[in-house]
Design a binder for this molecule. Structure first.
Ligand SMILES: [Zn+2]
Length: 92
């Protein structure tokens, strides 16, 4: 799995990054298939973040991503969440 690097996250839009930190705790893995991992992110407004395993890219259903095609808060949140999980795994 190809996650965003810390550097890429730092370069992301400042507001998206700050929102992502709040959204991390709302991340849920919905399902996983050999081709994709599907997440839901958000509280009142929920968005779907899909990780395409073959292309190794994240996409999101939110407006920001649709219009700008740059990592939105939801994609960053999923990346932070996955990094946290990896980190915990390594500690065990
Ligand atoms: Zn999004």
């Amino acid at each position: 799995m190809k996650l965003m690097t810390d550097e890429e996250i730092k370069q992301a839009n400042y507001r998206s990054r700050n929102r992502a930190k709040l959204l991390v705790r709302t991340v849920k893995l919905d399902y996983e298939t050999p081709k994709v991992m599907a997440f839901t992110v958000g509280e009142r407004w929920k968005y779907s973040v899909i990780y395409n395993k073959l292309k190794e890219i994240f996409t999101c259903t939110c407006k920001w991503y649709t219009l700008k095609a740059t990592p939105c808060a939801h994609i960053i949140a999923v990346n932070l969440w996955l990094k946290e999980k990896e980190y915990k795994k390594q500690k065990v």
